[in-house]
Design a protein. Structure first.
Lengths: 114, 115
């Protein structure tokens, strides 16, 4: 049973426009949410996170929105740049301590079109 | 710059071989993890360890074992490699507390092909 779902395997966005990547989760106990970015032949890198006490966290061009009632989060990238082309993984955790593993979604491949 | 280093970027092994994938981190992290990444399946947790000589099964441990004799090193062992173990293998580490702020730090991955 998938606890973290990324229903869009891929997404294409024009350079300069907004990219919106979506993620749904089923476990209401999740309190922490993270996004990772992965280039081919490289390991994923941590991008941005949000805790359930917030509904928005912003870091430069990247903003994550959390809707707890809908069990939905999204990552907005504005403006999209060619270097943003990568696979993005949504992830969630029940807590923030060593025993709380991060659960990953299957990923969404983002293509930024010139 | 802190790092998780995986010993090989690409490996080709024969069916039935015993395969060792090595991972070393220099961040003094307590936690270490092995994942495999396959198209359409995302990141799947194989094994993890919260301390030296400690190991826990992840979601897909069958056909794998691990070893953590030192804090900085976490090895993944394929006892008898099979073609369905052809995959990208990713090692990760995290501090003992507050994964929220730091997340996991991943290595660059090992692309294993079993022929």
């Amino acid at each position: 049973d998938q606890q973290v779902k990324q229903n869009s395997p891929s997404l294409s966005v024009q350079e300069g426009r907004i990219s919106i990547l979506n993620c749904d989760y089923t476990n209401s106990m999740f309190d922490y949410f993270l996004w990772y970015k992965k280039y081919p032949a490289e390991g994923p890198t941590f991008l941005i996170s949000i805790s359930s006490i917030k509904d928005k966290n912003e870091d430069g061009r990247f903003t994550v929105f959390l809707n707890k009632s809908a069990k939905h989060l999204s990552l907005h990238i504005v403006p999209s740049q060619p270097g943003d082309s990568a696979v993005y993984f949504c992830a969630a955790s029940v807590g923030r301590n060593r025993d709380d593993k991060i659960i990953f979604g299957k990923g969404t491949r983002l293509h930024i079109l010139p | 710059d802190v790092k998780v280093t995986q010993s090989s970027r690409y490996l080709v092994k024969r069916t039935g071989e015993k395969v060792f994938l090595e991972c070393v981190q220099d961040m003094d992290h307590e936690n270490m993890f092995w994942y495999r990444q396959d198209p359409g399946l995302g990141l799947r947790l194989i094994y993890f360890s919260y301390d030296v000589k400690m190991k826990e099964k992840g979601d897909i441990p069958e056909g794998y074992s691990v070893s953590r004799e030192k804090k900085e090193r976490f090895s993944l062992i394929l006892e008898s490699a099979s073609t369905n173990q052809t995959s990208m293998y990713l090692c990760a580490s995290s501090p003992g507390t507050d994964i929220f702020f730091y997340g996991y730090t991943f290595g660059s991955g090992t692309r294993l092909t079993v022929v």
